[in-house]
Design a protein around this ligand. Sequence first.
Ligand code: SAH
Length: 252
Amino acid sequence: MSKVYAVGIGPGGEEFFTQEAKAALERADVIAGYTVYVDLVRDMFPGKEFFTTPMKQEIERCRWAIETACSGKTVAVVCSGDAGVYGMAGLMIELADQYDDVEIEVVAGVTAANSGAAVLGAPLGHDFCLISLSDLLTPWELIEKRLHCASEADFAICLYNPRSKKRADYLQKACNIMMEHKSPDTICGWVKNIGREGQEYNIVKLSELENEPVDMFTTVFIGSATTKVIAGRMVTPRGYEKHEDSYFRGNI
Ligand code: SAH
């Protein structure tokens, strides 16, 4: 059985790799992916064959990986963060189903929601959801609906692909929708270049978020009604403090 690993490499450098991701890349003969991600791992795995494709050639890249595996090589396709979160793991499983004898092994990675949350404090300490503002593959109406429903249900919301040059006003539109249900004073945070050179972050109110320097290399966190700032960190309480007595008596 030929094998392709779909490997999430985390947000940045080697320190964010899981041991499993490292082992998969060591086992691979060929490492394939979007140029930026392959460049992040190139120096760590000298002697491997590398195959890079530009953005928006995901189908070609996955097909190439599967066909190369069928020819007898072990291939790893690298994605940033987690390969299954707005990544290519699903597409690879779908495409591999059209071939005999090729197996996709998905290797979990640290997604931007988790690594960014750690920079801010603990913004995802209670129920939360992820929404991507990219309408390349999802109709904008559906994105709007999800923003409405998630805000109405008072989830903490983590936004991926929050703003690009072509979609300069999407974050503003999203903030306006969320403010139909959430207070403009809701605590929000953003982290840019998580785990990479130039990492920055800020904690602001929802009404201020649209004026922040958020771009495609940024992950945005919108709190729930209970989210607060404690010693400069963004925290969505799990609820322990309300139950302190019973918690320490072992009732939870
Ligand atoms: N598979 C990736 C997500 C790809 S979608 C993962 O699991 O993290 C691309 C979006 O993810 C970006 O627009 C940004 O919102 C977020 N993102 C990915 N890596 C990031 C990083 N290092 N710093 C900040 N945001 C990041």
